[in-house]
Design a protein around this ligand. Sequence first.
Ligand SMILES: Cc1ncc(COP(=O)(O)O)c(C=O)c1O
Length: 431
Amino acid sequence: MNTSQSAAHHAESSQYLAMGVSSGMRTYVTSPPLFFERADGPYYFDVDGNKLLDHTLAWGPLILGSNHPQLNEAVIEALQKSYTLGAQHPGEIALAKRMTEVVPGVEQVIFSNTGTEAIQTTLRLARTQTGRTKFIKFEGHYHGWANNVLLSYHATDEEAGNLEAPNVAPSMGGQPASEYTEAIVLPWNRLDLLEQTFEKHGNEIAAVFTEPLLANSGSIEPKEGFLQGLVDLCKKHGAISVFDEVITGFRLALGGAREFFGVIPDVSVYAKALAGGFSLSAVAARKEFFDVLRDGSTIHAGTYNGNTICLAAGKATLDILSADPDNHSRMHLHGLQLRKTIEEAAQNKGLPLCTSGAGTVFNAHFGTETPPTHYREYAQVDMDTYTKFRAHMLDNGVQLLPDGRWYVGLAHTPTELEIAQEAIHKSFQLL
Ligand SMILES: Cc1ncc(COP(=O)(O)O)c(C=O)c1O
């Protein structure tokens, strides 16, 4: 694939933009990083004139694809009325109400702009409500880039230490230990260890954070009973259970992981697919969770919170997703067909491979026929072969994320399935 114009853009951007890209995660996607002119439906168009079928969905948000007429219309209408008000407007009521209708067990929400912020707000509210400071997170789970939670994300074996009593491993420079002394890290899918930790630290733990499907490390599925067990243990010990649904929200089902897995935590956090590509996040829970805001015990703030344009995008996205009750099953089927194609192509080539995930977000794991059950198993998959496969896919016109993850959205039709299937077959031949 010709990437000469992207390379030239990257050389220039590196002069003015600190990393040449705007998010650290994007440094590792392709070399050179691709620069794009525009996106339309499920396709991206780069500055070299390449048209790429997209299965990155911008790392998750583009559940409707790009340039969706109904979403455009809603945003343009909002734009003509205001940019942002820094004040109240009916759009806030409309989206908050719609969220309570589609997400089981949600009575109220608060809005912010990114997943990182909404996680921090949740932690603050949980601490205020419980009067406790510690929290539990799991290895390989990503809850945003803030110092107090970017811990044991993709730690090496040495950094991570003993599986049953892991170290709390910082992920980057500028992360002093004083900012994460309150974190307890555990391997995921191990209810026994969670129970033991509660027995030891029960009355110190404010909250337990989990991605309900471990999308950030291999799209690992929760073991039968794990999520409900986690919620029950939190209830028993007076801690707040939090599903980080930044990826799973409105994606696994309209009601996200709560609906898909049939488990209701105390709180869910949403972003990404919530507004189809616009910057919006939300904390959602029963009314009581927000008592600490109403009684003034703590605050939730932000200049752009509830801004008119992103709220209009959120309402339109949920309207479009819910307009046809078959939308999610269609997307899921598309994902399953892709998985089947990848698995069959690997089998034909004699390569060990398996897939894991749920419908619209899944991973292909080279080098193993057993799906990982927690981060350290995912860390063992053959990423070198995946990287080669991904490069062949790109040469065949399909762009994928670097970590083995695939996203499927509403803009992927049977035509895109055929294109992707052909690229998969060709790429396996080239391996
Ligand atoms: C599960 C999860 N939580 C939180 C975040 C942080 O969201 P944001 O990048 O909008 O700050 C992400 C981002 O990828 C995520 O995947």
